[in-house]
Design a protein around this ligand. Structure first.
Ligand code: AMP
Ligand code: MG
Length: 426
């Protein structure tokens, strides 16, 4: 296949276009905010069996096959759909990340890697929206997600939109689960299914199409994070972490040991948490570590100093008696790693004025709590995902096991008090 990043950056005249496959049967209104039209298309075009749809890569997860059976656990169909959606988006992200790292675009001033990352965010969001709509066919569809189509609807973005469309359609064709080719208008409509405000009633999917963009661009950790809110509560979460080893990263400071890469964490309320490969290996139950002495604990935090106050987290760890240096990795991969006991504590203390978004924590929080952990703000309050697109948290977010939480909270409050009383560096 042609380089996707090449496709993204090349002038449109040089694009190697795929032969058209089935197209959406009618044009969409330019600001279509309801259920995407491809659902109607899907109902008239049943899924083709991957067995007679020759593709290089095998299709990811078979959500349809897993849903709807009698006696299945709550949200089983939604969980299967979410896994399928995240794995599909991860496939797109992985390909683009490899090509970013292999290319020299980081050094080209006119081809900002941030712009490339934006394409990938949008592509990931479109694929998740599409897969959810194809797999979950009952009820209304609402999604709270990071991206919208405003910039892409500008005339100047015509070429970029064309590139994103190619990227999405190539990923769909490679997977082979859906006999669909999206038009540019279909792409814009799919992006805008993420405009929901969420809130305390009804069901809302919550998506971060690429959490940890800086890690993504560095070749480090990132996650596709998808959760479902039902009446204001997170009821399921899926975290796709393409660069996290499937096995534990304890003692590795977040780096790979050469083992199988790619972990997909999932959790449903009341049913525990699991990890499997991004290709769908048998899921394994996971649980947070049982460490009760902070001397033996390690803690995760953001790689980026701009995202968390490393001085404050250092002070918290010291007060608690943690001996190990921080394990700094990007994205909600931290929640996944914590949930399977790779480390004992996650500390996140953004700089003053930053407002946390629900898509940065919803999936990670349920994976940790269903693995037996606790996630709260710095005052010990549960996170409330029912208030719209933002989280109303006091000072920071902490996560650990039940044994360590009381002493962690005490250390957090002491360290915050001390920092607030310290003389200003000016
Ligand atoms: P992490 O990789 O854990 O540092 O977190 C990545 C997420 O932090 C991104 O997806 C952003 O939504 C979010 N973020 C962006 N800017 C900031 C900031 N100034 N402070 C805290 N978080 C931020
Ligand atoms: Mg994010």
């Amino acid at each position: 296949m042609a380089s996707r990043v090449g496709l993204l950056l090349a002038p449109s005249s040089s694009l190697a276009r795929n032969p058209p496959r089935a197209r959406l049967p009618y044009p969409l209104p330019s600001h279509h905010l309801g259920r995407p039209t491809y659902r109607r298309f899907a109902s008239s075009a049943p899924l083709r069996s991957p067995l007679w749809w020759p593709r290089q890569a095998p299709p990811l997860f078979s959500a349809r096959a897993m849903s709807g059976s009698a006696g299945s656990p709550p949200y089983a169909a939604e969980l299967a759909a979410a896994k399928k959606a995240v794995a599909l988006a991860a496939r797109l992200c992985q390909t683009v990340q490899q090509e970013i790292l292999q290319s020299d675009i980081q050094s080209k001033a006119d081809k900002s890697p941030v712009t490339v990352a934006d394409y990938v965010h949008v592509g990931s969001q479109v694929l998740v929206s599409l897969a959810l709509n194809m797999e979950v066919t009952s009820g209304s569809f609402s999604m709270v997600a990071e991206e919208d189509s405003e910039d892409l609807r500008k005339d100047s973005a015509e070429e970029i939109l064309e590139h994103i469309t190619d990227l999405v359609n190539e990923t769909l064709a490679e997977d082979g689960s859906y006999n669909i080719t999206l038009s540019k208008e279909g792409i814009l409509s799919a992006i805008d299914t993420g405009k929901s405000e969420g809130g305390p009633s009804g069901r809302h999917w919550v998506l971060d199409p690429i959490d940890g963009t800086k890690g993504f661009l560095r070749g480090g950790q990132y996650a596709i994070a998808l959760a479902l809110l039902d009446e204001g509560k997170v009821v399921l979460g899926v975290l796709g972490c393409p660069n996290l080893p499937l096995a534990s990263i304890s003692n590795l400071n977040g780096s790979s040991s050469g083992d199988q890469m790619g972990a997909l964490f999932s959790a449903t309320v009341g049913c525990g948490a699991e990890v499997e490969s991004l290709e769908g290996s048998p899921p394994q139950k996971i649980s947070v570590c049982t460490i009760d002495n902070p001397v033996n604990a390690s803690f995760f935090e953001s790689y980026e100093g701009a995202h968390t106050m490393h001085d404050l987290t250092g002070s918290i760890a010291e007060k608690l008696g943690v001996q190990a240096p921080p394990v700094r990795i990007d994205s909600q991969a931290k929640y996944g790693a914590l949930a399977r006991g790779d480390g004992a504590i996650y500390l996140r203390f953004p700089h003053k004025g930053y407002k946390e978004k629900i898509w940065d924590h919803a999936a990670g929080a349920i994976v940790v709590t269903e693995a037996g952990g606790v996630v709260t703000d710095a005052s010990g309050n549960d996170l409330d995902f029912s208030k719209g697109r933002f989280l109303d948290v006091d000072t920071g977010i902490i996560a650990t096991n039940k044994q360590l939480m009381p002493s962690l909270l005490k250390s957090v409050q002491e360290a915050i008090k001390e920092k607030s009383q310290a003389p200003s560096p000016l």
